[in-house]
Ligand binder design. Sequence first.
Ligand code: PMP
Ligand code: GLU
Length: 392
Amino acid sequence: MRIQALAVSETLAMAAKSRELKSRGIDIIDLSLGEPDFNTPDAIKEAGIRAIQENFSHYPPVSGYSDLRTAISGKLKRDNNLDYSPDQIVVSSGAKQSIANVILCAVDPGDEVIIPAPYWVSYPEIIKLAGGIPVVVSAGLNQNFKISPAQLESAITHKTRAFLFSSPSNPTGEIYSKEELKALADVFARHPQILILSDEIYEYINYEGTHESIAQFESVRDRVVIINGVSKGYAMTGWRIGYMAGPMWIVKACTKLQGQYTSGSCSVAQKASVAALNGDPAEINKMVTEFKNRRDLVVKRLSAIPGVKTNNPPGAFYVLPDVTFFIGKSDGKTTITSSNDLVMYLLNEANVALVSGAAFGAPECIRISYSTSVDILNQGIDRMAHALSRLS
Ligand code: PMP
Ligand code: GLU
């Protein structure tokens, strides 16, 4: 059965485990799930309330209300200088569904999809759901977790159908520069059969420079599908609104697919998303400033723990330290043989919930989500440092 080949989402599984331990009265510090701890800004909530009062309670168009697709088209011009008409956009129930729609429409059984590792946990599973073959190209901390054009080139075969990546990246927090994206686009220019899925959900959570999209390069433009949404930038994870923008053939395919299995996304959440996209960016900037303070704190404190090696991630809200140093070590009771073991050790001994790097194709790492208060982060890192110091 198809479902048996599918792994559970490790991020959601760890969040569920930590919720369960908390409900049993155990004082867990949860640094597992990646979602802003802020509440949705008031103006956006009010737009949602108005939509309920104005009876937006009927089926919306399958690809999304036209005012939302117009707002997305305007956002792509305003923020990215990209021209996508509202017709080239499909709104879905979260960016996760947008990715699944595109992969299910474009990838046939046996097709290969290249994903740079560390990758976001759901990418290989969504590819497998479509019968595709995830082809993993790994980049470690020594190359800032970013693949080179030569690595990309050597992974391409006649079966390669798509390439799927995120920048800013979950789980590494790294960002491909304009020059790096151009170098990858130059490789793709030689392989016109490859569709490029550019997951830009962390676009706004960028502490250095402006956001760059691979869609800006003419040589690949008609093969790029942009994935984005309101979850991260506007603290709207629960509203479940994401979107794709791309060439008409894939837009039509995704609309047909979605018309058969969700009928489109929540009407009220769509109206709130219009307010988000057209709203005051000051709200986003406040959150990003706070994320940056937390990034600085977490990187400084982790770097001071003997054996923990980390990059200084310029975006998203994750750090992915390399913990190879601890493999083979023991506290006298438990021997750590993998990053999975280390995550379980930290959960049991330090009551800190993290996600193993193995879930992201980086078995030498653990992922820390720092989307929580400075106070909680400090407590979590104190506990981690203490538990790690007991391993020898
Ligand atoms: N892509 C990446 C890289 C993510 O981290 C997430 C986070 N959940 C998603 C897509 C999905 O976001 P959404 O909440 O819009 O489904
Ligand atoms: N993207 C977040 C994470 O990686 C949320 C969980 C999920 O959607 O898998 O933690």
